[in-house]
Design a protein around this ligand. Structure first.
Ligand SMILES: Nc1nc2c(c(=O)[nH]1)N[C@H]1C(S)=C(S)[C@@H](COP(=O)(O)OP(=O)(O)OC[C@H]3O[C@@H](n4cnc5c(=O)[nH]c(N)nc54)[C@H](O)[C@@H]3O)O[C@H]1N2
Ligand SMILES: Nc1nc2c(c(=O)[nH]1)N[C@H]1C(S)=C(S)[C@@H](COP(=O)(O)OP(=O)(O)OC[C@H]3O[C@@H](n4cnc5c(=O)[nH]c(N)nc54)[C@H](O)[C@@H]3O)O[C@H]1N2
Ligand code: SF4
Ligand SMILES: [Mo]
Length: 578
């Protein structure tokens, strides 16, 4: 029985559910028969079994009655509908239908990739990745701020024999396999992209035909990059110029592809970073050609008609003040662990009038909420998922029965009928509409039609179909004087706060701390204790703590990126207690 992994991950694996076990589909071109540690621990992970209200277990019928009455009592007051990315199925959004009618306030922006996406859309008009077939045609692959062997593990087989350039302040597993590893200063990617563009200009590497035919504002871009002194760029990047020159030479002489991850954009200027990388790629004529381009976490819904719009009234997700609402409905999310500045989040949830948690697991957030409603797993409900990493999409049929939990669809049917709103269509009708809107079968698997042509090969998705070079100055000195840079990336054995968490603080060997000892870490937003693990993979100015680690987001700022309203987890310096 075939299904698709629901987890928030580039790979959207095709999964077989046989004899109560999950296995990687051996026939799927990307999944190739294996799953990752996260999905492998899915069935072993204890789940929420019973609903509860104010600490007391209740039946599902009672929980739904309490939910209805709380929402009825508070109808004239302010309600926040807060949804996370615990499950990426499209049917997760069916609850939008109810909360939109009800008049709840939704969130805008993201805790994830929003800054980078905003930068891409400004230049290209729409954010599309490359299909796996196109990735396979590339000769040079630049893995830029993406922890590819951990977060996008199934792509490795497609790129492993190519010339690999990795740009990452951490000597990650993929960096250790690379032909060139540019171990730059955190936060300096914008300057590296400008440096590459400056050298490309001096060495006349630009693709003049492409620039003439497909782009706008190239001359401004050249003026803009020339306003940066090489010395300043090198100082900010703080790595070998020879490696940068060698990397650019390889990029300009081959079919080159940039696989960019969220690591480059967890900063206020995150949008500018993607815009600068795109501008470099456009200058070299890398868009719309076989095996070339810039692939980021794409807009997975591009080209699809999705049936569940959100409400119009919105607050910014990374900075939302939970305390200002009378009712909180939190679905598929663990904001008390995964939002920046969790101290503020925890206080906010406590102060809000009434809080409802609808999720699969007990976590920091469920423990704070008044009403807790267990969800069904992806094996127990109907769904379909799109992908932000490739053209493959996948059905998630119901394969298993359980007495535990309620699906998002069933919960919405209940609320819609209790409030006398227009009845929902059948689940299968929504799913069929999504499939019909933009997909087709290719060798037994569903794919998005958006990848029928090489993205941008027939022009860009801006009004005049041209790419827009950047021409604005981002120029903030990187603060190298005090404290460490905080790098917070994704762990191997968990998906954010789900599954087996890694709570350690990774420190450079020369930091002078001792393995296994507990150390207090502080930033201007808060502090927390961690157990030290020394690592030779780090620069002397950086520490690493994985997403999901206990206390981590006490240290991170409640700010949003300049473009895209995205969280900026790494816009912070930290100090360690002596
Ligand atoms: N195993 C696993 N897989 C996952 C997830 C998970 O939690 N665990 N989460 C999923 C989710 S939600 C997402 S959004 C994706 C994200 O997956 P990725 O895009 O890979 O994101 P991260 O792991 O956050 O960071 C990627 C890399 O950026 C580097 N980095 C940090 N700061 C900088 C910088 O300033 N410049 C540069 N060049 N690099 C920097 C980090 O060292 C890290 O190696 O992964 C998905 N896949
Ligand atoms: N410091 C730091 N913080 C980060 C990040 C980082 O790299 N560093 N990464 C950020 C990123 S990229 C992301 S995407 C966010 C992710 O943060 P969240 O969106 O909070 O995602 P998760 O922690 O994966 O899971 C949230 C919950 O979803 C619930 N869930 C799972 N499946 C279902 C289901 O089918 N139905 C329902 N109703 N609930 C379900 C589970 O109970 C789980 O506890 O975290 C962000 N926070
Ligand atoms: S989390 Fe990612 S790699 Fe793991 S099974 Fe799911 S889609 Fe595949
Ligand atoms: Mo994410």
């Amino acid at each position: 029985m075939q299904t698709t992994c629901p987890l928030d991950c580039y790979d959207a694996c095709s999964v077989l559910f046989e004899n109560e076990k999950l296995k990687g589909d051996p026939h799927h071109p990307l999944t190739q028969g294996f799953l990752c540690p996260s999905l492998n621990s899915f069935l072993k992970t204890p789940r929420l079994t019973n609903p509860r209200y104010q600490g007391v277990e209740v039946s599902m019928d009672e929980a739904l009655a309490i939910l209805t009455s709380l929402l009825q009592q508070n109808q004239d007051k302010s309600t926040l509908f807060f949804k996370g990315s615990g499950n990426m199925g499209c049917m997760q959004n069916v609850t939008n239908l109810f909360f939109k009618n009800y008049g709840a306030i939704f969130t805008k922006g993201s805790l994830c990739d929003g800054a980078g996406e905003a930068g891409i859309v400004e230049g290209r008009g729409a954010n599309l990745a490359l299909s796996i077939a196109e990735v396979a045609k590339s000769e040079v692959v630049v893995v830029w701020g993406r922890n590819l062997t951990k977060t996008n593990a199934h792509l490795y087989n497609t790129i492993k024999d190519k010339i690999l350039i990795v740009i990452d302040p951490v000597k990650t597993e993929i960096a250790q396999k690379a032909d060139i590893h540019i171990q730059l200063c955190p936060k300096s990617d914008f300057y590296l992209a400008i440096l590459f563009a400056r050298i490309a200009y001096i060495e006349e590497m630009q693709d003049s035909t492409f620039i003439e035919e497909y782009t706008q504002e190239y001359d401004y871009f050249i003026d803009f990059i020339r306003s940066y002194k090489m010395k300043k760029l090198m100082r900010e990047i703080d790595t070998s110029i020879n490696d940068c020159m060698a990397a650019l030479k390889l990029i300009s002489e081959h079919k080159s592809l940039f696989l960019v991850g969220v690591g480059v954009q967890k900063y206020l200027h995150g949008g500018d970073v993607l815009r600068a990388i795109d501008s470099l790629a456009a200058m070299l004529g890398l868009f719309g050609k076989e095996g070339c381009g810039v692939s980021y976490l794409s807009d997975s819904g591009y080209g699809f008609t999705l049936p569940f719009d959100s409400g119009v009234e919105k607050v910014s997700k990374p900075t939302v003040d939970f305390s200002s609402f009378d009712t909180l409905f939190i679905q598929g999310a663990n904001p008390a662990s995964q939002m920046p500045n969790t101290k503020k989040v925890v206080e906010g949830i406590k102060k809000a009038g009434v809080s409802i948690y609808f999720g699969l697991y007990e976590n920091e957030t469920s423990q704070l909420c008044d009403l807790v409603i267990p969800a069904k797993t992806f094996l127990e409900k109907e769904d379909i998922r799109l992908s932000y990493g490739s053209e493959y999409i996948g059905l998630m049929p119901k394969l298993s029965e359980s007495d535990i939990g309620i699906s998002e669809y069933a919960l919405t049917v209940h609320l819609t009928s209790a409030f006398d709103y227009a009845p929902l269509e059948r689940e299968s009708t929504y799913i069929e509409k999504i499939i019909r809107s933009n997909s087709k079968m290719a060798d037994d698997y569903l794919v998005s039609k958006s990848y029928d042509i090489v993205p941008y090969s027939q022009g860009f998705y801006t009004d005049d179909e041209k790419f827009y070079f950047m021409d604005e100055i981002y120029d903030e000195q990187i603060d190298k004087s005090s404290g460490y840079f905080l790098i917070t990336a994704k762990p191997r054995h968990s998906i954010n706060s789900q599954f087996k968490l890694d709570h350690k603080l990774y420190l450079p060997l020369e930091s002078g701390y001792v393995d296994g000892k507990s150390v207090k870490v502080s930033s201007k937003y808060g502090s927390a204790e961690f157990e030290v693990c020394l690592s030779s993979t780090l620069r002397s100015d950086s520490v690493l703590i994985y997403s999901g680690a206990k206390g981590l987001n006490q240290l991170t700022p409640s700010l949003k990126s300049n473009a895209g309203e995205s969280a900026v987890f790494q816009e912070v310096k930290i100090v360690l207690e002596k």
